[in-house]
Design a protein around this ligand. Sequence first.
Ligand SMILES: *Cc1c(COP(=O)(O)O)cnc(C)c1O
Length: 315
Amino acid sequence: MTPINFSNVAAAAQALQGIARRTPVLTSRQADEASGARLYFKCENFQRAGAFKFRGAYNALSRFDAGQRRHGAVAFSSGNHAQAVALAAKMLGMPAVIVMPDDAAPAKLAATQEYGAEIVRYDRYAEDRTAIAQRLVSERGATLVPPFDHPDVIAGQGTVAKELFEETGPLDYLFVCVGGGGLLAGCAISAAELSPGCKVIGVEPEAGNDAQQSLRSGAIVRIPVPQTIADGAQTPAVGEFTFPIMQRLVSDIVTVSDDQLRAQMRFFAERMKVVVEPTGCLAAAAVMNRVVDVRGLRVGVVVSGGNVDIARLGG
Ligand SMILES: *Cc1c(COP(=O)(O)O)cnc(C)c1O
């Protein structure tokens, strides 16, 4: 298995220079009071296409060789990875096919289409998206870009924490949400290099704590697709690449409830004037609810994305 280390993250940062947004690090006196710590929010809700996924997608596509560029990229996703691959392909001038379910949010379908990607739709209850994507790979020679379990994707996501530490200096803790673990693994690699001694904590929805079970048991645990409003973390298992990195560099994984996520979304909107999607609230909710005691410490909190369905936010 290809080892991934900080030099890969540094190379990804080079590839993303002037391409990905260097997102702001926000602070909030009210958030500090609630948590008892000094919090630094790295706000990837302001990233291109609304989430950190653009970093990994662009880094992976930018490393395609000439043949791969000609035949383009394939991705399957109903969420932020689809839009990230579509946008990255457009910027790099290559074709992209995105396999999306029939019942994907209309806003997400529209955004993916606007980026110029071809969309292949499927019935998520009757068809297997992996098989459809594999068919596109073999018929067209296109390259599959997985949402988290790929070294170039992990290295791209690691630039989030690299930028954070460059701005804040060393921190005591870093909290990162976990779906398949691409963001967490990448950020843990940056933390180990730029802030040795910083404890890295993953945060999952209570209803889908497969990563927590995996880390605690020492083997990848697979669960049924969890029911949670954190749709970016509805992954049944972490990855073959991401898990060993988590085992080596992540101190623990904790969980928060959907109610805590709703309260956190409201806090971000009302108090900090930022729109954060439910999955993007995971890390912040853990800290603000004092799931880990971080009183008096300097704590980084990754805010992973801001793609909320406004119709739902109003409710
Ligand atoms: C994909 C996604 C996640 C989870 O990322 P992984 O790399 O799969 O762990 C978290 N938040 C948002 C907004 C996402 O789009």
